[in-house]
Design a protein around this ligand. Structure first.
Ligand SMILES: Cc1cc2nc3c(=O)[nH]c(=O)nc-3n(C[C@H](O)[C@H](O)[C@H](O)COP(=O)(O)OP(=O)(O)OC[C@H]3O[C@@H](n4cnc5c(N)ncnc54)[C@H](O)[C@@H]3O)c2cc1C
Length: 449
């Protein structure tokens, strides 16, 4: 480590790992040191130094990735991009240039000030590129598609430390085209993005508002709520998240989202409101606060093995079984804060692009993303926790309505067959990987070797 510091710019830093570094401590790597590069060149020098000294490394922006595939050895380093969190816009607000470590919260604050909209997920603390390089869904995906669809160019540090720019407007060779394609869906396997230019969507000040907030329902209303969700025709301005949460008692919490007025939002979600929520916290919310409702779920620390599945439709029997599994889990001492999440993101806009437009594999088929999280502190509970989350996955997948099980890579656990997260792109990705990272230096994220 002493030989790395002099290679870096004076604003960079190397620190001891501080805890908690990550959203979930379950299978989290324990780096020997954390490198905080201040420039793209620092990232490049760090990768070159790691290669020369045979040191393993993992890049981190938001620290929310929960995959059990991270495996730094005792000498491994974390390259934490927290000094690369800048967000700037071009003059007319149609493009944002973001640093590799920018969080969704950074983008939202800057975009709101510029009166433009960026795809910024549903949760503030998530690393923008951590999410976007795997696909990136957002409350605005119905209007603008996936995060990968808004990538215009990427500054990348490759596995050998070389710094390159890949711009959609100027890809000069097949190799560049392949790498740009692979970065957009399987990015963490191919390079470290130090900076990205994203398409953004200027709006009037009035359009910086949406109708959203929490509706709560009793567990006995589960089937009615699911039927209502499935009966709603999700227009481009809509999205929805749905949770099982323990709020003193098991509760179904649904957060509808409508990019428009309260009146139009309530009309669009009428079937859900007609079920009769026990509380209604929906209101007109400014863009800066759209993700605020999920802030509580973003706090780092604690163990949270999480399993995700893609679903074509919502099977009532399996959802009741998952509810029962979760209700049993939250009775276990220490696991009371375990939760279930479902995201309904309209895919019509994303489906206007070809499946082959990027390495994101599941534009068609999957309509819902479901995750089951066991939350607790004591590592002694790991084995039991895994039984619960895997049981829930089995229940969901038994009625997922898909030809092949398909899990959004950013929601996957790490033990899935690679086809489940890379779909039909697996062989092409493996072949590109051999060309651009033959020594498998980027080996922490659903490894393609
Ligand atoms: C509370 C919560 C809310 C979420 N909400 C959403 C959501 O709204 N939309 C959505 O699509 N997903 C969401 N996710 C899933 C999220 O996309 C993944 O957890 C994602 O991996 C998190 O990225 P991160 O930067 O926060 O995590 P990290 O663990 O820092 O990064 C995840 C992976 O990306 C790599 N990576 C990060 N930055 C870079 C970079 N600059 N260049 C190359 N590789 C990089 C890391 O090495 C790692 O392999 C959510 C997850 C959580 C825990």
């Amino acid at each position: 480590m002493f030989s790395l510091q002099p290679l870096l710019s004076t604003d960079s830093a190397i620190t001891e790992p501080l805890q908690p570094l990550r959203w979930s401590a379950y299978k989290a790597p324990h780096p020997a040191f954390v490198v905080h590069p201040a420039t793209a060149l620092d990232v490049s020098k760090t990768v070159q130094w790691a290669n020369e000294n045979n040191v393993s490394f993992l890049v981190q922006s938001g620290g929310n990735g929960w995959a059990s595939t991270f495996s730094l050895d005792s000498q491994g380093i974390l390259i934490q991009l927290d000094k690369l969190r800048s967000v700037t816009f071009n003059q007319d607000g149609t493009q944002a240039t973001i640093g590799g470590g920018a969080l969704f919260s950074d983008i939202v604050v800057a975009a709101a000030a510029k009166s433009t909209l960026a795809l910024a997920g549903t949760c503030n603390s998530v690393g923008a590129l951590g999410a976007i390089l795997g696909g990136g869904y957002s409350n605005l995906s119905g209007q603008f598609g996936l995060g990968v669809d808004d990538i215009l160019s990427l500054d990348i540090v490759k596995a050998d430390g070389e710094l390159i720019t890949l711009s959609s407007a100027a890809l000069t060779s097949e190799a560049e085209k392949d790498l740009f394609w692979a970065m957009r869906g399987a990015g963490p396997n191919f390079g470290i993005v130090t900076s990205a230019v994203l398409r953004t969507h200027p709006v009037s000040k009035e359009d910086l508002f949406a109708w959203t907030g929490a509706l709560t329902f009793a567990p006995s209303q589960l089937e009615d709520v699911l039927n209502a969700i499935q009966s709603i025709s999700f227009g481009p301005k809509m999205a929805l998240s749905f949770n099982f949460l323990n709020l003193g008692a098991p509760t179904i919490l649904v957060t509808p989202f409508f990019h428009g007025s309260t009146e139009t939002g309530r009309l669009a979600f009428k079937p859900l409101l007609d079920v009769g929520p026990s509380s209604d916290g929906t209101r007109d919310v400014p863009y800066e606060n759209w993700n605020a409702g999920s802030d509580i779920a973003c706090i780092k620390g604690g163990r949270r093995p999480t399993i995700g599945v893609g679903l074509a439709s919502l099977d009532l029997v399996s959802w009741r079984n998952v509810f029962n599994t979760w209700a049993e889990l939250i009775q276990q001492p220490g696991a009371e804060r375990s939760s279930v999440l479902l995201n309904a993101i309209p895919m019509d806009k994303a489906r206007t692009l070809l499946e082959s437009s990027s390495a994101f594999p599941f534009r068609r088929g999957v309509n819902f993303h479901a995750t089951f999280t066991a939350a607790y502190a004591d590592p002694a509970f790991d084995a039991s926790a895994l039984e619960y989350v895997k049981k829930a996955r089995g229940i969901w997948q038994s009625a997922d309505g898909l030809e092949n099980h398909s899990t959004y890579i950013n929601n996957a656990f790490g033990d899935e067959p690679l086809e489940t997260v890379y779909g039909q792109n697996l062989q092409k990705l493996k072949s590109i990987k051999k060309q651009v990272d033959p020594k498998n230096r980027f080996n922490q994220w659903f490894s393609l070797f």
